[in-house]
Design a protein around this ligand. Structure first.
Ligand code: B4P
Length: 200
């Protein structure tokens, strides 16, 4: 299996690039943001609870997103690999993911971060908010809160994977295709490394 995490701050392009990556590399796309928005649209009790956190720019509690991811992973026993988008966002989530994958006799191969400066991110999110109807994108105060949460709770996850030698960052500014080309090169390099290790 080949398992990838696409990492980066809100609006860095994780969702945009994930769609292209899963199509090219045949991975299963698991986006906690999309899963939570679907729960909200379906008006489930999980969705209603999650909406309170998302609207304030806060993270949804770990146990909720970990359970969601566990169910999705277990529902795809024949997957060739997973692309985790927007997950893990805390150290507790990263540890839970490692445990889940170990149980399935696999692991994370690479974590690729998209590097984008905060002012560009704010512009992108406000622009998206004009058409997406996403309540967490329309209020600049909520957007700034999301960055604060990212710095405090999510950035330490980068060190968690850096220590495992799995973390790289690429430039997340440029056209969507330019960024996708850089991501594809990084992924192909990692796949080739895995293949040569397993051939030895
Ligand atoms: P997410 O849905 O993960 O979304 P995101 O971080 O806002 O955006 P992403 O990086 O995917 O950006 P996108 O490609 O769309 O999270 C939403 C909320 O859900 C969180 O705040 C949190 O409350 C909750 N949540 C999710 N996962 C959780 C977890 N694991 N634990 C707890 N809570 C969780 O791109 C943004 C915009 O930029 C788009 O409009 C796009 O068109 C544009 N764009 C993309 N690439 C561009 C480029 N190269 N140039 C210019 N614009 C570009």
């Amino acid at each position: 299996m080949f398992n990838l995490i696409l990492f980066g701050p809100p609006g860095s392009g994780k969702g945009t690039q994930s769609e292209k990556i899963v199509e090219k590399f045949g991975l299963i796309h698991l986006s906690t943001g999309n899963l939570l928005r679907q729960e909200i649209a379906d008006k489930t009790s999980l969705g209603l609870a999650a909406k309170n956190f998302i609207d304030k720019g806060q993270l949804v509690p770990d146990e909720v997103v970990i359970a969601m991811i566990r169910t999705c992973v277990e529902n795809h026993p024949d997957a060739k690999g997973f692309l985790f988008d927007g997950f893990p966002r805390t150290i507790a989530q990263a540890e839970a993911l490692d445990k889940l994958l170990t149980h399935l006799k696999t692991s994370i191969n690479k974590v690729i971060a998209l590097d984008v400066l905060e002012e560009e991110l704010i512009k992108r999110l406000i622009k998206r908010g004009e058409t997406s109807g996403r309540s967490d994108d329309t209020n600049e105060e909520v957007i700034r809160k999301r960055f604060l949460v990212y710095k405090n709770e999510t950035e330490p996850v980068a060190d968690y994977y850096r220590e495992q030698g799995k973390f790289i960052a690429i430039k997340g500014i440029g056209t969507i295709d330019e960024i996708f080309d850089a991501l594809s090169t990084a992924i192909e390099t990692e796949i080739a490394t895995q293949q040569s290790v397993s051939a030895q």
